[in-house]
Design a protein around this ligand. Structure first.
Ligand code: UDP
Ligand code: MG
Length: 331
């Protein structure tokens, strides 16, 4: 209260970061459920991070902000995508604890008090782990199942399986995340990189309440998965090196064998058109894959050296600026 008198707003205890793109039908049910859940945890702020929407999402949020002063919104100058939106919210949040959650109610807000209870038992990160996933195509399920296992087998950091961005983090994790300047914003990898103690709680992932998913079912997951693979491991670069070495040594041995058998054993070889074609195709394929892998890394290096902002904010609505210092106001 004292803090208010000097124009400093008390820091909310828990911040909720919600990336949003065309979620008109979901905002109100989402707010109804999440505010109820947050009431069990402490004071809160909800930061909607909006890629400019073609439906009425922005208006709906603005109406809700008028009703609830703990809700705020960031609107970007164009669609920067979910990872950038999420990172923007994380950078802007003020709470001692931060939760990232989707607006489509696929992640149940009721899990937040459960995650908080777990966090209190001494963890810095609590992931929500999907026990089951409704409303997903078979292709996406298979892809993400294989993807997680491949990423974890080769990645330098631990990226827990079957988790999304839905997670709760303490302030010190948020502060470390803010120091990372990478442009891909693959939150699962970045949080894994930051480390600290972590735990998970399980939940059943529902179908989205209203509207449809914003990603191409197949390519979307593939693109995100590639960030996990390329962004957090140099394994693919070693594969092309190993493949190159294996193919080159095998063909070297083959050449010696052919020379020996032709000149010493006097074997007359027939015209080997099919063999030659398949060998050329094979080597060509290996080379293209290797160049492609290099391209994935070079593309990311290019993204980093350009040092472009990861997002540009068009406008902010009701986001707190002058807040009491951290750890002082704990409600
Ligand atoms: N989203 C976003 N920008 C985008 C695409 C999605 O902010 O370009 C938001 C979306 O509104 C939702 C969350 O990110 O709150 C997850 O999106 P979606 O439900 O389409 O993905 P999925 O559930 O398949 O991961
Ligand atoms: Mg969704």
């Amino acid at each position: 209260m004292d803090a208010h008198i000097f124009g400093v707003i008390p820091r909310p205890f828990i911040s909720v970061v919600v990336p949003v793109y065309n979620e008109e039908g979901n905002i109100r049910p989402f707010l109804r459920r999440i505010t109820q859940a947050l009431g069990k945890v402490g004071t809160y702020e909800i930061i909607f991070c909006l890629d400019p929407c073609s439906d009425r999402t922005e208006e709906v949020i603005e109406e809700e902000i008028k009703r609830n002063p703990s809700v705020g919104m960031l609107v970007f100058s164009r669609r920067f995508g979910q990872p950038a939106a999420t990172m923007a919210g994380i950078r802007r949040c003020n709470g001692e604890v931060c939760v990232v959650i989707d607006a489509d109610l696929q992640d149940p807000p009721e899990l937040i008090p459960v995650m908080y209870e777990k966090l209190q038992s001494g963890y810095d990160v609590v992931y929500a782990k999907r026990r089951s996933r409704k409303g997903e195509t078979m292709a996406k399920l298979i892809l993400s199942h294989i993807g997680y296992r491949v990423i974890n087998a080769v990645s330098d950091v631990e990226i827990p399986r079957d988790t999304g961005d839905f997670r709760m983090m303490t302030r010190r994790v948020v502060e470390e995340l803010k120091k990372l300047g990478e442009s891909h914003g693959f939150l699962r990898g970045l949080v894994g990189f930051v480390g600290f103690s972590h735990a998970s709680v399980e939940y059943d992932r529902r179908e989205r309440l209203s509207g449809s998913g914003h990603y191409n079912r197949f390519m979307g997951s593939l693109k995100i998965g590639l960030n996990g693979l390329v962004g957090f491991s140099n394994f693919l670069l070693s594969i092309s090196l190993i493949a190159g070495l294996v193919v080159a040594s095998a063909s070297f041995l083959l050449i010696i064998y052919i020379a020996v058998s032709k000149f010493y054993m006097k074997l007359a070889y027939p015209m080997g058109v099919p063999t030659i074609i398949s060998l050329i195709l094979f080597i060509g394929g290996v080379q293209l894959v290797s160049v492609g892998i290099l391209g994935e890394y070079i593309g990311r290096i290019y993204d980093e050296v350009k040092r472009r902002p990861k997002y540009i904010v068009d406008r902010e609505v009701n986001l707190k600026k002058k807040l009491s210092p951290l750890n002082k106001v704990r409600l």
